[in-house]
Design a protein around this ligand. Structure first.
Ligand SMILES: NC(=O)c1ccc[n+]([C@@H]2O[C@H](COP(=O)([O-])OP(=O)(O)OC[C@H]3O[C@@H](n4cnc5c(N)ncnc54)[C@H](OP(=O)(O)O)[C@@H]3O)[C@@H](O)[C@H]2O)c1
Length: 385
């Protein structure tokens, strides 16, 4: 299983805080938004909080609506999503409501934390607690790999707190941000903020993409997705979003019985979309997607040197219809990172993948994200079966 889709969810004050410094949890949302959150929980395979939130808020983290729980069961899912927490220290209260309500739980921890947690007498059995050590340090990729591979989690809702949100966003691992902005000021410098200090992908000039705003009672739900490409072979959440867009563009190509339908997007290092294209664009029967996208750009654009090309199908390294194949166009444009969903099959060119090694041979990083292969193939089914 690939890593789960990671959705960061929080209610935040107008001045950017998650809570105040008082002993009681500050309720930032109203009833309508709590119900919306319940709906998002019900649509998730797992819900994660950091140990800080577990200690401060003592949440139960349940799907509260009986109808939503019944719908999960009718769909063959467990009544409650898996509950997940992360703690390096293992210093958690065994009486916390988290352990004693809902269905299965898992705590990701360090070797040292696991030793401590195993002495606490946490619940066992079908709704018990699985203590998973990911090694001497708690690294997020290991947690997400385990959730995907071992727990089969496809959709992970992260409900804070600030440290967890900050790490996942800064490490390029968050697929979506859902903020409920409440008409409240906290005004305390020591209160926990939604996002902390440190380096965020692309720096302060890069922008997330807004996908939705919606009033929910007196709060406003804002949904953003990340845009900044990963670096090298590391796949960021934004890489997956751009590759999904390339696959969607492939579906817009005029059909052909003799050529693939492909979509491509060129994205700058700060997450700005520079150009997009698709096969047979603008009535050109032999246009390739990467070619169509690159043709829209000034070849002297300095952003190309650090840009990423997303292509639903591996860029061609040989073609009869034009003097230069797309791999050559990409290299000549100065682009050195290509993310693709599908290695070229031998449908039109024998041994296509071996021949396509040209990008890597000339110093470009080629990242294949196979979880999108089915989407890339979909508009080409008549060619590849
Ligand atoms: N408004 C909202 O929607 C909302 C939602 C959730 C939480 N909150 C608020 O957020 C506050 C808590 O946030 P927080 O930032 O203090 O805590 P947090 O993010 O919930 O948890 C931080 C803790 O998680 C563990 N952890 C996280 N990442 C780790 C890593 N990479 N390696 C090792 N351990 C890691 C550590 O536990 P150990 O210390 O055990 O090692 C760390 O102390 C509370 O005030 C809560 O009310 C608000």
């Amino acid at each position: 299983m690939p890593q789960p889709y990671v959705l960061l969810s929080a209610a935040v004050s107008l001045d950017g805080y998650l809570d105040d410094t008082g002993p009681e949890r500050l309720l930032l949302s109203g009833p309508a938004d709590f119900d919306r959150v319940d709906e998002v929980r019900a649509a998730s395979d797992a819900i994660l909080i950091g140990a800080g939130t577990l200690r401060t808020d003592n949440p139960r983290l349940l799907v509260n609506s009986p109808e939503r729980r019944a719908a999960r069961v009718a769909a063959g899912l467990p009544e409650y999503p898996l509950k997940v927490t992360v703690s390096a220290s293992g210093d958690l209260d065994p009486k916390a409501q988290f352990w004693h309500t809902g269905g299965e739980k898992v705590v990701y921890t360090t070797d040292k934390g696991a030793k401590h947690l195993r002495t606490l007498g946490l619940p066992t059995g079908p709704a018990g607690v699985d203590v998973v050590s990911v090694g001497p340090d708690l690294e997020w990729p290991a947690v997400l790999d385990h959730l995907g591979d071992v727990r089969g989690v496809g959709r992970l809702m992260v409900e804070g707190g600030g440290r967890v949100h900050t790490q996942l966003l800064q490490q390029g691992l968050a697929d979506e941000l859902q903020l409920a902005v409440a008409p409240v000021f906290v005004g305390e410098a020591e209160a926990p903020r939604m996002f902390g200090t440190g380096a965020y992908p692309g720096g302060p000039t890069s922008r997330l993409r807004l996908v939705e705003t919606r009033p929910v009672g007196d709060v406003v739900l804002i949904r953003y997705v990340p845009t900044v490409p990963g670096t090298g072979h590391a796949v960021s959440a934004a890489d997956r979003h751009w590759l999904a867009l390339a696959c969607a563009l492939a579906a817009e190509c005029p059909p052909s019985g003799t050529a693939f339908s492909v979509g491509a997007v060129v994205v700058a290092a700060d997450g700005t979309e520079l150009a997009r294209g698709h096969s047979r664009e603008a009535g050109d029967p032999v246009a390739h997607a990467e070619e169509a996208a690159l043709a829209k750009l000034d070849p002297t654009d300095p952003r190309l040197a650090s840009a990423t090309v997303y292509s639903s199908l591996e860029p061609c390294a040989r073609r009869a219809s034009r003097p230069a194949p797309c791999a050559r166009l990409i290299l000549d444009a100065g682009v050195r990172r290509v993310v693709t969903a599908w290695r070229e099959p031998d449908t039109f060119v024998p041994d296509a993948t071996a021949r396509n090694a040209v990008l890597a041979e000339e110093g470009a990083v080629v990242v294949v994200v196979p979880e999108y292969e089915a989407r890339a193939k979909e508009p080409n089914r008549h060619l590849v079966g």
